[in-house]
Ligand binder design. Structure first.
Ligand SMILES: *Cc1c(COP(=O)(O)O)cnc(C)c1O
Length: 231
């Protein structure tokens, strides 16, 4: 049946093949690499088409946009928040998110803990690292990471599951490598109440490289849905 979303089908197959190829080349056969569809500016119909192909993980950047689309999503997919999150908006998304990937301050962690308590859940989170120390990007600096993890571990209704990053577009490989080192370094410290299960890195332009450097969750937008048309 033609529904106008055949390009998503093709893109999805190409991305899955790329992931499998990278995995065969750089990783062990039992490594699990999750593919997230990043939904910003994409219609719920297109998102649901991706779900019908096999996508089971959606990434949301904007609270308002998510609110306007969530009722139309096929609920079989789980949803992660990946955008910059203001503390006053945590309350709107806390019940829906299986993972909040963008924790970058103690203040935000404290508010997530408070809201998670209110709705009776333990919220899984990743800490976002600004690996290139770029002015324009959110995320904690590599130097402050350990302290933020130490503080986040004290909250009862938060569970840290790993790290997320968006490397600089220039010299991205160097930063993917640096991020892998940091992730392994933190893992080896076995911090109380902190798990390092997830390394979320790799987008449309660098997901193959990110898999080479240990990513187990790639976040793909434009390579799956086409170039974004900003509304
Ligand atoms: C937009 C976005 C992506 C996906 O970007 P593409 O280059 O379109 O694949 C991944 N992660 C985050 C945090 C994003 O905001």
């Amino acid at each position: 049946m033609k529904n106008g979303f055949e390009y998503i089908t093709e893109n999805y197959r190409r991305i899955c093949a790329g992931i499998e190829e990278a995995k065969a080349k750089y990783r062990s056969p039992d490594d699990n690499i999750q593919l997230m569809a990043v939904t910003k500016t994409v219609s719920p119909e297109a998102v649901n088409h991706a779900i019908s192909m096999g996508i089971r993980l959606l990434g949301e950047n904007r609270v308002q946009e998510y609110e306007s689309k969530k009722d139309y999503y096929n609920p079989v997919a789980s949803v992660h928040f990946i955008g910059h999150l203001q503390t006053n908006k945590v309350k709107y998304i806390i019940e829906d998110m299986d993972l909040i990937q963008s924790v970058d301050s103690i203040k935000l962690a404290a508010e997530i803990d408070r809201q998670a308590k209110r709705v009776n859940k333990v919220q899984n989170v990743l800490v976002e690292v600004n690996i290139g120390c770029e002015e324009s990007k959110s995320g904690v600096s590599p130097d402050d990471l350990e302290n933020l993890l130490y503080e986040a571990a004290k909250f009862e209704n938060i569970h840290v599951k790993g790290l997320m990053t968006i490397p600089p577009s220039e010299k991205s490989e160097k930063f993917l490598c640096k991020m892998q080192q940091l992730y392994l370094d933190i893992s080896s410290k076995n911090m109380d109440n902190i798990d390092m299960d997830i390394l979320s890195m790799g987008m449309s332009g660098d997901y193959i490289k990110a898999i080479e450097y240990g990513s187990n969750l790639v976040r793909i937008g434009s390579a799956l849905f086409g170039a974004r048309k900003y509304m």
